[in-house]
Design a binder for this molecule. Structure first.
Ligand code: PLP
Length: 431
């Protein structure tokens, strides 16, 4: 039993795995938060490190037998600090959401005031949505984008901050096509004495390679996922440019020494909100960070951005509205509110033609979150397959053919054929 392959011992589950591989190979993945990891990352994630309990941190574990997992976690930490040029890193959060929870639980008490980008304007659930722990535990003041520009409305941010005096301001989001304005947020945070956290879950790869401005020295905390533009395994991380003594007077119980902020964050992640770290995933993070330090990854991120710019240009030429009029990053947000087509209908029609995108609220959306008036389109995954600007122009035309006539079966089949051709031309996980 223990030596049998999945294929041999569990044909039902194996069918799901094969089906998913086939789907990834034979469709165009344009969901902005998705990517394809390298074989090396997949391999590390599928190792015996999944068997190991390692509560604690390298050199200070609650379990024996941790020599090798310590090596893996130390490699992950050293590499991610080099990648983001910073002093502190915690690579244990199981997800981006838990990285955010790690910071919130360290600096906020329940009932404290925090600010974040409204979900409907491109923010993330964990930035204060009422259905998320963040919205339930804290007094959340959401800011939005300006109607005319589609960019963060700093007049509004400043007004809300001076009125509500948040303890923490969160910047970044999931559907914000422009650079995160770290420096402007810092000015507001300074004016009201707030801490500033940037959630770079989406543009992390671009930040690491200089294709997006750096959050340093403006942000006190940076959180991220590892599986979006960073192209690692599914997971999260927390960074600080510099570690220092905490200003809240928290001392170590025995010595009376003032704790460093990094110690507080470490303690929040484990034992505060998590138990045993996923050591196989931390090993895979180490592999991904190693890959991201190589020149090829910098080139890859440059191509992601050029591809997104090309998609935006092609859509504008075809007469589409894009939130903020374009993009600085890996994603665009198409605004369909002037059309007789919802985000949901667009997503479905495109999926049937082999193009995967997600419906998304646009700022000031008149339709509900389950219907929406927008679709979000990203280039990280198709760029990993090796596609360039020529293919982006073609993809924009294919999307246009579907959106122009979403019910037309002949068009659907024709587009699907073109999608298959592209997939064959740029193969994924070749056997
Ligand atoms: C994706 C995302 C997250 C959450 O990541 P999970 O790993 O899905 O929990 C957090 N913040 C932002 C801005 C994101 O885009």
């Amino acid at each position: 039993m223990i030596t049998d392959s999945v294929e041999k011992q569990d044909p039902d589950l194996f069918a799901a795995l094969e089906g998913e591989l086939d789907r990834q190979r034979n469709t165009l993945e344009l969901i902005a938060s998705e990517n394809f990891t390298s074989r090396a990352v997949l391999e590390a994630a599928g190792t015996v490190l999944t068997n190991k309990y390692a509560e604690g941190y390298p050199g200070r574990r609650y379990y024996g037998g941790c020599d090798y997992v310590d090596q893996a976690e130390n490699l992950a930490r050293q590499r991610v600090r080099e990648l983001f040029r910073c002093e502190y890193a915690n690579v244990q959060p199981h997800s981006g959401s838990q990285a955010n929870m790690g910071v919130y639980f360290t600096v906020l008490e329940p009932g404290d005031t925090m600010m974040g980008l409204d979900l409907a304007h491109g923010g993330h659930l964990t930035h204060g949505s009422p259905v998320n722990f963040s919205g339930k535990l804290y007094n959340v003041v959401s800011y939005g984008v300006a109607r005319e520009t589609g960019r963060v409305d700093f007049t509004e941010v400043r007004r809300l901050a001076s009125k509500h005096r948040p303890k923490l301001i969160v910047c970044g989001g999931s559907a914000y096509p422009r650079f995160i304005e770290f420096e402007q947020f810092r000015e507001v945070a300074n004016d009201v004495g707030a801490l500033l956290m940037a959630d770079i879950a989406h543009p992390a790869g671009l930040v690491a390679t200089g294709h997006h401005p750096t959050p340093w020295p403006y942000c006190d905390f940076v959180t991220s996922t590892t599986h979006k533009t960073l192209r690692g395994p599914r997971g999260g991380l927390i960074l600080m440019e510099k570690d220092q003594e905490n200003p809240w007077g928290v001392v170590a119980p025995k010595s009376g020494r003032v704790k460093r902020i990094g110690e507080l964050l470490d303690g929040t992640v484990m034992p505060g909100i998590q138990g045993g770290p996923l050591m196989h995933i931390i090993a895979a993070k180490a592999v991904a960070f190693g890959e991201a330090l190589k020149p090829a990854f910098r080139e890859y991120c440059g191509q992601i951005v050029r591809n997104a710019a090309q998609l935006a240009e092609s859509f504008l030429e075809l007469g589409y509205q894009l939130v903020s009029g374009g993009t600085d990053t890996h994603l665009i947000l198409m605004d369909l509110s002037d059309r007789d087509l919802s985000g949901k209908a667009a997503e479905n029609a495109l999926e049937e033609a082999g193009l995967t995108v997600n419906k998304n609220m646009v700022p000031f959306d008149q339709r509900s979150p389950l219907i929406t008036s927008g679709i979000r389109i990203g280039t990280p995954a198709v760029t990993t397959r090796g596609m360039g600007t020529t293919e982006m122009h073609l993809i924009a035309e294919l999307i246009h053919r579907i959106l122009h006539d979403p019910e037309n079966e002949a068009t659907r089949q024709a587009v699907k054929g073109k999608v298959m051709e592209l997939c064959r031309q740029f193969p994924l996980y070749r056997a």
